[in-house]
Design a protein around this ligand. Structure first.
Ligand code: AMP
Ligand code: GLY
Length: 333
């Protein structure tokens, strides 16, 4: 069995290591990987964003399963292209990956699926944006992919105007619309669920360190470190979140003819009114994956394979142990 992991960061290293310890003893390749990953996988000199070259490499190397780390190639249609070439892939097609690629689309799906989230309005001008603010602080989100940096929490009108001009006039993120969103308060955490198009199976929750400075201050980063387990969410709570957040989204996407296969990452705020979704990602979190996968008690490889088959995760009983993971006190694989 030959598995190709696409990407070159800490998340992909965690995936490579989790796959390498499978009892199935797969040969693990990584494109492009990095100097650390080279110790655990054979590297291919192909960029993670080069869809055509990745398809060619997967064919040339007779890869049995491609596991896609980052969002950019998924939104660009890597899973579709690999599927057309007859290569099995872990990760959603471009239509389902819009959940991360467009925050406005994610809001539309959540509204249709009845999933709790912050109230939001989509605007295209600075004046409309300011008019849509219902109170400060307010949250401004550029619509497209921005590597976790396209979100500004504005404390007053001056800050909101500056951020809206940056996004809509200077087009800092290349987008033409912004979501003006209600500010939510509470503890923030992530619940990732493996999805086979029909069924969502939760993994152990994780939290990451978002703000750039000590004391949770300063602008958001994409996450600079993470931990799991999360004391605030036990297994029952995580199952409940999966039932009320991931599963309805999966059902709605299936109903629209674009079933979601892969891992659906829900970024959540635990508000006084219950968990509300901040964002969806259509891939493993970075750095959450580095905290979650070492805790997994079951073999990751058959789980990733099962996610490609409608109903695949319902087969067997192994999925029951995906959530109840061991506590790893030291990094000692
Ligand atoms: P996002 O990319 O949408 O997850 O936003 C990045 C970060 O901004 C989140 O991880 C939160 O820390 C923060 N954030 C996003 N939306 C909100 C909100 N509605 N209320 C408070 N904080 C938010
Ligand atoms: N750590 C946040 C993310 O992966 O998007």
């Amino acid at each position: 069995m030959r598995v190709l992991v696409v990407g070159g960061g800490g998340r992909e290293h965690a995936l490579v290591r989790a796959l390498a310890r499978s009892p199935q003893r797969p040969e693990v390749l990584c494109a492009p990987g990095n100097a650390g990953i080279a110790a655990d996988a054979r590297l291919l000199d192909v960029g993670a964003g080069d869809v055509d070259a990745l398809v060619a490499a997967a064919r040339d190397e007779a890869v049995d399963l491609v596991v896609v780390g980052p969002e950019v190639p998924l939104v660009a249609g890597l899973a579709d292209a690999l599927g057309e070439a007859g290569v099995r892939t872990f990760g959603p097609n471009a239509a389902a990956a819009r959940l991360e690629g467009s925050k406005a689309f994610a809001k539309e799906i959540m509204a249709a699926a009845g999933v709790p989230t912050a109230a939001a309005r989509q605007v295209e001008t600075v004046d409309d944006g300011l008019a849509a603010v219902t109170g400060y602080p307010t949250v401004l989100k550029a619509d497209g992919l921005a590597a976790g940096k396209g979100v500004v929490i504005a404390e007053d009108e001056e800050a909101a105007r500056g951020a809206l001009e940056d996004m809509l006039v200077a087009r800092r993120f290349g987008e033409t619309s912004v979501l003006v969103e209600e500010f939510l308060e509470g503890e923030e955490l992530s619940v990732l669920a493996l999805c086979d198009g029909e069924r969502a199976v939760p993994m152990a929750p994780a939290q990451d360190y978002k703000r750039i400075f000590d004391g949770d201050a300063g602008p958001n980063t994409g996450g600079m470190g993470s931990y799991s387990p999360v004391p605030a969410v036990d297994d029952d709570r995580a199952r409940e979140i999966c039932r009320t957040v991931h599963q309805p989204v999966l059902d709605e996407l299936a109903r629209r003819g674009t079933p979601f296969h892969g891992v659906l990452y829900a970024g959540l705020m635990m508000t006084a009114d219950g968990p509300k979704v901040l964002e969806f990602n259509v891939r493993f979190g970075d750095p959450e994956t580095q905290a979650i996968l070492p805790r997994l008690e079951v073999d990751l490889l058959p789980l990733l394979e099962a996610a490609g088959v409608p109903g695949g995760l319902a087969l067997g009983r192994f999925h029951r142990r995906v959530l109840s993971s061991r506590t790893v006190r030291r990094w000692s694989w």
